[in-house]
Design a protein around this ligand. Structure first.
Ligand SMILES: [Zn+2]
Ligand SMILES: [Zn+2]
Length: 167
């Protein structure tokens, strides 16, 4: 019986160590993916576009692109590294049966983060953190700028796509 408990503890410790090693990988992957797309945009698409667009249009495209890139990385970093928000320490009811701490109506316990999160939306694997009260805004802005970036890539690469695929 005691041996069983020890082996289960060892198993849990091993799983925790594997999780600690694997959990940041999706965050690393999403950063790399965005970087590859940016490199493609700036090294392949924009040098082609300068041949067919006016100088001022091209400069406006570069400025707009940099603005979107800065915002994407800023909000991604903020969403990933801001604490989503935990309830204050108190033994007031109702209690979370894992943390043994005060758990108001809008709070959920995340079993991956091992903490209670205020206004928890979901545990996001891509940012390796929960989306809660304090980082919900940054997470949403990251998605919005990502969408804007896709739109920008379509708009800025219009001639590249048009001349190389449709003619
Ligand atoms: Zn909890
Ligand atoms: Zn979580």
């Amino acid at each position: 019986m005691a041996n069983d408990k020890i082996s289960r503890c060892k198993q849990e410790a091993l799983l925790r160590r594997i999780n600690k090693f694997l959990a940041p990988l999706p965050f690393f992957f999403i950063n790399l993916l965005i970087l590859v797309i940016i490199c493609f945009e700036f090294l392949v698409v924009l040098p082609y576009e300068i041949e067919v667009r006016g100088f001022y249009t091209f400069m406006a495209l570069v400025a707009g692109g940099i603005y979107i890139i800065v915002n994407i990385y800023y909000h991604l970093a903020k969403a990933a590294f801001t604490n989503p928000g935990s309830p204050r320490k108190s033994d007031q009811a109702p209690l979370c049966n894992v943390c043994d701490n005060y758990k108001p109506h809008t709070v959920h316990h995340c079993s991956i983060c091992r903490q209670c999160v205020i206004r928890m939306d979901h545990h996001c694997l891509l940012i390796n953190s929960c989306v809660g009260l304090h980082n919900h805004r940054h997470f949403f802005q990251f998605l919005a700028f990502l969408f804007l970036g896709c739109f920008y890539a379509l708009l800025s690469g219009f001639y590249t796509i048009y001349y190389n695929i449709f003619t």
